[in-house]
Design a binder for this molecule. Structure first.
Ligand SMILES: [Zn+2]
Length: 127
């Protein structure tokens, strides 16, 4: 991938990272907030649950975004972590932190794994 293209993805990923960091920090606040009032406490519990679920999702995404930024640094960005084929541009534009090509991602999703080591293990075991 060309340097000019890489820097475009880098800008997008850095903006995403900043936004996620902001969200995650705010949610941590909600997640630990306690109230002495029982009614408030019930309401808080629901909010907390939602906040924790979102926090979970956002932390995961943040991890993926950070990993993608690392791949830009070490020039492996845009290449599937598993099969080492180029990830399609269409996919990268839609999901710039994508670590797998669409085929490998489908296998990963079906088996709920999100990193290359797990996927590797899975495919070895399946063989
Ligand atoms: Zn692949």
């Amino acid at each position: 991938m060309k340097k000019s293209e890489l820097s475009k993805y880098k800008t997008v990923l850095e903006a995403e990272q900043a936004e996620l960091l902001h969200l995650v920090r705010n949610r941590e606040g909600i997640a630990i907030e306690k109230s002495p009032d029982a009614f408030d406490e019930v309401q808080h519990a629901t909010e907390r649950e939602l906040a924790i679920r979102n926090l979970d999702r956002e932390s995961n995404l943040l991890r993926n975004v950070r990993a993608a930024l690392r791949r830009i640094e070490d020039c492996s960005f845009g290449v599937c972590l598993y099969c080492e084929e180029d990830i399609s541009l269409k996919r990268l534009v839609a999901v710039p932190w994508a670590a797998f090509c669409i085929q490998c991602q489908e296998i990963a999703d079906r088996n709920k794994v999100d990193n290359a080591d797990n996927l590797d293990e899975l495919l070895v075991n399946a063989a």
